[in-house]
Ligand binder design. Sequence first.
Ligand code: SF4
Length: 420
Amino acid sequence: MNLCQFRQRLTDLGAKPCHADRLLHGWLQLCSYDRKGSPAETFFPAALRRELAAIEAELAGLARLHGEYPADAEVARLLVQLADGQMVESVLLPRGGLCISTQVGCAVGCVFCMSGRNGLLRQLSSLELVAQVVLARRRRAVSKVVFMGMGEPAHNLDNVLEAIDLLGTQGGIGHKKLVLSTVGDLRVFERLMEGLPAVPNPSHPPLVRGGAGLVLSPHGRRMEPSPLPIRGDREGFSSGHASPPLKWFKQASRAADARTRGGREGLSSEQAEQTSNFKVRPALALSLHTTDDALRARLLPNAPRIPVTELVERCEEYARATGYPVQYQWTLIEGVNDNDAELERVIELLSGKYAIMNFIPFNDVDGLDFRRPSPERLARIVGTLKQRGIVTQLRDSAGQEVEGACGQLRARAERSLKRQ
Ligand code: SF4
């Protein structure tokens, strides 16, 4: 059930938009429906009041906690079971951050990622997306949501944008604390830029590091470094690893496109209108991983073939239009994308850009040929970029010490469920 269908259901019960908004606000923020001088008892129409318990039960069933690793920690992986039994992962991040999944599986098929191993199984609805936030809020406060878990948000864009809009309005989350991540897809850039003025001349000087590790905007304001999600366990690539056959790439790519088109064609006119008129502008993150187009095509086999220079230009355009820096993500893999030539090209690409570079060392996984660079190499990489004026952060995967990283938890749970 997506948000438009849910609102229609409430309308059928005599609810007006103000009633739906109050109900959604209460659900998303775990608070009472009552307002001073306007208790829910008298505010909601009678038919809605009669159905309220059933509606709440249905919302609660959208995402249930199947496991938490480790339990009761600030940074933890949540294994989330959806109403049809499918599993996804959310990650509790430091400083009130939460990383959520946008799809069950993923069609991009990054060779270092567990989530993309079996392709795309299904899209998450907009309500399933925000239900992950509600579930996390039952454990602790959530003030930032990053759409970087399992799945490629560009392949489920209508639902993702609908969820972003809801979280930024009724969910009480600041717009720049909603972060949409993509491998780089023209549909994302076009939709995000809708209605934004073009900024022809770059006016943002690069971000600078303030004292005590603060990141300062070009205007000197403090910006919170994002608790970037963890693209977790990366698997399956070595210099000797054969790429999947070209035919497979094309089939998977066509299938992903068809599903995405199908999702949009299936929208009601009301949803289509709403999704083209979003009020909330999220921050943008781009999964870059390399500056080399040919290597990127091998690492991210089903990502659109857009040259890295064009990706950075489009990201910069959005950063200038919104005033939010773009967060570039880079999974560091020893011997693959951690060499000095890559660093020089990163410096060349991002110098003067409104950008933050987030390096995430690959998580070693038994049986896989990928390795993370040594601690000394990691320190050198980050130090070099910082010295050359690129705002750079080194991040690690949440819950790595417990269950590996993104996608592994779900894979293990599914195997165990199948055995039962
Ligand atoms: Fe999909 Fe992200 Fe995994 Fe790539 S890294 S396969 S885009 S979930």
